[in-house]
Design a protein around this ligand. Structure first.
Ligand SMILES: [Fe+2]
Length: 186
């Protein structure tokens, strides 16, 4: 990497380097990638990327994908509530433009009762450009709603999503398993 020419490859290598050092410790990975993520957020992403099939979101582009780790550029639809869901792997959202109401939950039950889930909000805030949220096991459930029509995020996922991802309905203490092939979400 050099000077202003910080590329997506540089970011991917930075992420992989931190993963090699810190394993699954997402909090430490986040601290290690804040600076390179900031450089990418400061660059022009409007003309790069490859279209990715999305479900809940209008437009998603792959910026990097190696079969495991991915970096995507995602347009989050204004006013659309993306329900609480989990991933089985850490997921980092960095706001490129706009505003995103973002909520992170911890699961209080042990998951032994099918269809039942009790969630507790552990973080609830509006993310603005340059701000980053990391959701990672064991507290890896989040929901979000874009507050502007130009809300874009750079999203990094540390590996494949688990197969039995859940969607949650905190008001009714319920959850259901979603088919990841039909339910691609950020
Ligand atoms: Fe997500």
């Amino acid at each position: 990497m050099s000077g202003d020419n910080f590329t997506m490859r540089d970011l991917a290598q930075a992420v992989q380097g931190q993963m090699a050092i810190h394993g699954k410790d997402a909090a430490k990975i986040l601290e290690g990638i804040r600076e390179p993520v900031g450089k990418i957020l400061a660059s022009d992403l409007s003309t790069i990327g490859v279209m990715r099939e999305g479900n809940h979101i209008d437009e998603s582009r792959y910026l990097y994908y190696d079969g495991e780790m991915s970096i995507t550029f995602d347009h989050l639809p204004e006013g659309k509530d993306i329900p609480p869901h989990d991933h089985g792997i850490w997921e980092m959202l960095a706001i490129y433009s706009g505003k995103l109401h973002h909520t992170v939950y911890d699961r209080e039950d042990d998951g032994s009762k099918e269809g039942y889930a009790k969630l507790k909000v552990i973080d609830d805030r509006v993310l603005e450009p340059g701000e980053i949220s990391m959701v990672a096991p064991p507290a890896e459930i989040h929901s979000f709603t874009a507050q502007t029509d130009d809300t874009w995020s750079v999203t990094i996922v540390g590996g494949p999503y688990k197969l039995d991802r859940h969607y949650y309905d905190p008001a009714n203490n319920s959850c259901r398993i979603a088919n990841p092939k039909k339910q691609k979400v950020v």
